[in-house]
Design a protein around this ligand. Structure first.
Ligand code: S3P
Length: 196
């Protein structure tokens, strides 16, 4: 919080490539593909948080609770916004854009790509997965539908580019991203040609 009368510190916009989207939308694998294609380092914010805590996201949820995890996400976004990381691809946890206070932070961190996915596709992809604490419930499909309905506007508010991922293969999506990044001047015309 900024004390009354005190000026809020302003930061220059960072130049990361940020991937957002619901669990199972392919942020991690897309991050890896883009990393190869663009020759840029890639990082998963969940992984950074897990490593810093020396435990899995599931254990953080179980032992410290979801709100402690959400605070860690916000703290990490602030570090990124303040320029503590060199330019890279960052895939964010599926819930990071949901908190209102995170939305301007995410936008200040770079160019934001939203991988939009249908609930049924998430369900098929994550059936049997036990690493997502929020989906360990009686009726995961219903939970996924509800969460996507509620979160959609938050993802859209953060996004510079929205891609529907259900019916496309990742290499095709990567090329769409590259085309977009060239159009906006983020990438030079000949960027990463040899890594196609
Ligand atoms: C969450 C998504 C997960 C992880 C945590 C909470 C969410 O990340 O941050 O389990 O609230 O959607 P992935 O989207 O990488 O699975």
């Amino acid at each position: 919080m900024t004390a009354k009368g005190q000026k809020k510190k302003s930061y220059p916009k960072q130049e990361h490539l940020i991937l957002i989207g619901f669990m199972g939308s392919g942020k991690t694998s897309m991050g890896l593909r883009l990393s190869y294609r663009l020759q840029m380092p890639v990082e998963d914010t969940d992984k950074i948080i897990a490593e810093r805590n020396g435990k899995s996201i599931s254990d953080i949820f179980a032992e410290q609770g979801e709100s402690a995890f959400r605070q860690m996400e916000t703290d990490l976004l602030r570090e990124i916004r303040e320029g503590k990381f060199s330019r890279r691809i960052l895939s964010l946890g599926g819930g990071t854009p949901v908190q209102l206070q995170n939305q301007p932070l995410i936008r200040q961190c770079g160019t934001v790509i939203y991988l939009r996915i249908r609930p049924e596709t998430v369900y098929e992809r994550l059936k049997g997965d036990t690493s997502r604490p929020l989906l360990q419930c009686e009726d995961p499909l219903e939970r996924i539908r509800k969460m996507i309905r509620e979160r959609g506007p938050a993802y859209e508010r953060c996004a510079d580019l929205i891609l529907d991922v259900d019916d496309k293969k990742q290499p095709e999506l990567v090329e769409e991203i590259v085309t977009y990044l060239k159009e906006t001047g983020y990438l030079k015309e000949d960027a990463g040609k040899e890594n196609k």
